[in-house]
Design a protein around this ligand. Structure first.
Ligand code: ATP
Ligand code: MG
Length: 352
């Protein structure tokens, strides 16, 4: 557990970067620090590994004040991923990843084997091991940065905008890989981003910072979307938070209608021989030979957000549910979906 206890940071020029910060980052969880530029996220992060010293207050790891710990030992236990990877340009990829193990005297052979294994874990091929950072793409360099931070197998990781320097598609891939990795590793992680969507997607907890280094809210992503603490947080979280919060709920609880609902009537669902949806025919739609595509189907493991999105984009306002083999086993009309979302919302507001 990482604890901030009444922590403030005033830089020598008088800038108040962090003000009276109290928060607890639980062990084994990923906590995302998010907020507008200049609100003190990097400063807070760097107080964990003592690269910045608090002006007042204390930062503790598992109850021990970091101020009293040997700096080198402390940093060995904290993997640090900095923005834009921050690799050593004149060292190869394996040499970069092996930096810390080499420092602590791990044999070269063992360190190299670990480095190559880590490269594979973060989605790089071992063929890149002997290249230099400039010979990798930005996204690949960021993966090397993550591998390097993991190399000493530290219990704590601090990550400053680790996925920022890449395009949205690569970024989504990196995020998904990182989530999978963290599910295995269960590190205690403090990660900084200025992207609220990234915070909600990755965080077990989200700490929203406000200008002047004040903590506006500390909550789970679900709580944050459902109950923003004030107007600042509500504004920062964004206007479509109701829609986005549907991503936390599974479609398993939805009542679907039988397929017989759409085998006769004005619009009809066309299935292939195995029973997989091919598309729609009927008034103004395609023919049985070339039906209008459904735009996608959902399974009971998908989220309510996906089902709602499909309902909005369906050419007939009907979404098809399929089983794990892609065989249609029910449908839901957008009117029925809206009613179910509404009664779900009422239950949340008034559980009795
Ligand atoms: N060494 C320093 N000396 C003086 N002021 C500093 C120093 N480092 C940071 N600051 C100031 O402290 C405030 C917080 O900076 P910090 O880097 O922690 O913000 P941030 O939330 O990480 O911002 P960004 O999202 O832009 O990275 C800013 O106003 C910044 O200008
Ligand atoms: Mg920063």
């Amino acid at each position: 557990m990482i604890t901030f206890e009444g922590v403030s940071k005033v830089y020598p020029d008088g800038t108040v970067a962090v003000e009276q910060l109290d928060m607890e980052l639980p062990t084994g969880e990923l906590t995302v620090l998010v907020g507008p530029s200049g609100c003190g996220k990097t400063t807070s992060l760097r107080m964990i590994n003592r690269m910045v010293t608090p002006s007042t207050g204390r930062v503790l790891i598992d109850g021990v004040d970091v101020a009293g710990q040997d700096e080198a030992l402390l940093r060995r236990g904290i993997g640090y991923v900095i923005q834009a990877a921050g690799l050593f340009p004149h060292r190869t990829i394996v040499e970069n990843i092996m930096t810390v193990p080499a420092l602590v005297g791990t044999s070269k052979k063992a360190a190299r084997a670990t480095a190559v294994e880590l490269m594979e874990r973060v989605g790089l091929t071992s063929a890149m091991a002997d290249r230099y950072p400039v010979q990798l793409s930005g996204g690949q360099q960021q993966r090397v940065g993550v591998a390097r931070a993991l190399a000493a197998d530290p219990p704590v990781m601090i990550m400053d905008e680790p996925f920022s320097a890449v395009d949205p598609i690569v970024r989504e891939g990196l995020q998904a890989e990182f989530l999978r990795l963290q599910r295995d590793l269960g590190k205690t992680i403090a990660m900084v981003t200025h992207d609220i969507d990234e915070a909600i997607k990755l965080g077990d907890n989200v700490a929203v910072f406000q200008e002047g280094g004040r903590l506006a809210q500390f909550a789970t992503p679900r709580e944050l979307l459902a109950n923003p603490a004030d107007d600042f947080v509500a504004g920062f979280v964004g206007r479509d938070r109701g829609f986005r919060s549907l991503s936390f709920d599974s479609a398993a609880s939805l009542d679907v209608a039988p397929l017989s609902e759409v085998t006769s009537g004005p619009e009809q669902l066309v299935l292939d021989q195995a029973g997989r949806p091919l598309g729609w025919t009927g008034a103004g739609l395609g023919s049985t030979a070339s039906p209008t595509p459904t735009g996608g189907a959902f399974t009971s493991t998908d989220s309510l957000r996906l089902v709602t999105d499909l309902a909005i984009t369906s050419p007939v306002g009907v979404v098809v549910r399929v089983d794990e083999n892609g065989v249609a086993d029910g449908v839901i009309r957008h009117t029925s979906l809206m009613q179910q979302l509404e009664s779900r919302r009422r239950r949340e507001v008034d559980p009795a």
